[in-house]
Design a protein around this ligand. Structure first.
Ligand SMILES: C[S@@+](CC[C@H](N)C(=O)[O-])C[C@H]1O[C@@H](n2cnc3c(N)ncnc32)[C@H](O)[C@@H]1O
Length: 257
């Protein structure tokens, strides 16, 4: 059984994402794919004007909602991400804050949109309660999150190199589904695959999107040339390439309150 409640170092997460802000959009291809799918899920419903982009990052999707004429609140934990978003004028309001304690009034938004952010929270049920609280009756919550099985090739390779944990443990699809059960919901699971011809760009892309931050403990050992070679040897290949898989859970919650 998963531990639903984690203990994450939010300052460290905000720092890692803040540092990633300037190059984030050029490498965040997975986020862009999942975000497009999440937008499509929301657009099936007749949503209103006020959109909260919770864990907005650079505001890539805040801008997309704004282009559609919505009034957008861009919220993120990382001041670095938020100032990048502000610089691009992606939203109408900018709020530095924590998804688990939203500084917004009850029933204040029509749509709560959160793409690949809640996996960084301590407690998924708490994050969903906050989303539900701030969304008006009849409104909609859509979120995506990394699920167990993500980055499993990299995890398997590291296991053959040393005994340290290098990859975050993500919640299982069952646990994510369970967190939605207090509400009327649907959960969709999709698999995404990336392929790299070299290992270093794969590792750098994870670093640039902030995905290497560990919830518990520190990353062990410097990445020397020798270690990189050992890891590359241990990495399962596919036609000579280094595959990287992501299991993404998409949740839709209907605010029937
Ligand atoms: C992987 S990025 C996704 C950014 C954006 N949603 C996108 O689709 O490009 C995750 C973002 O969530 C933010 N984040 C992580 N934990 C958060 C929390 N508890 N509250 C608010 N934002 C958080 C990070 O600072 C980061 O900008």
């Amino acid at each position: 059984m998963d531990r639903v409640v984690k203990s994450v170092d939010k300052q460290a997460i905000a720092g890692a994402f803040g540092r990633a802000a300037s190059k984030y959009d050029t490498v965040a291809k997975l986020q862009q794919q999942t975000g497009e799918y999440l937008m499509a899920l929301a657009q099936v419903e007749n949503i209103g004007m006020r959109v909260l982009d919770a864990g907005c990052g650079t505001g890539f999707f805040s801008a997309r909602w704004k282009q559609q004429g919505k009034q957008v609140i861009a919220l993120d934990l990382a001041s670095g991400m938020l100032s990048h978003a502000k610089g691009q004028q992606v939203a109408d309001y900018y709020l530095q804050g924590d998804i688990e304690h939203l500084g917004l009034a009850d029933n204040s938004v029509d749509l709560c949109f959160s793409n690949l952010a809640v996996q960084w929270c301590n407690d998924l049920p708490c994050a969903l309660r906050e989303f539900y609280r701030v969304t008006r009756p009849g409104g909609l919550i859509v979120f995506s999150t990394l699920a167990q099985g993500s980055l499993n090739e990299l995890e398997a390779a590291w296991e053959r190199v040393d005994d340290y944990r290098h990859i975050n443990q993500f919640l299982s699809l069952g646990t994510i589904t369970q967190a939605c059960q207090p509400y009327r919901y649907k959960v969709i699971n999709r698999e995404y695959h990336q392929h790299y011809s070299q290992l270093l760009p794969l590792l750098n892309s994870l670093k640039r999107i902030g995905a290497t931050h560990l919830h518990h403990g520190r990353q062990q050992g410097l990445m020397t040339r020798k270690r990189l070679n050992i890891l590359a040897e241990a990495y399962p290949r596919n036609n000579g390439n280094y595959p990287l898989s992501y299991q993404i859970a998409f949740g839709v919650i209907y605010c029937d309150k």
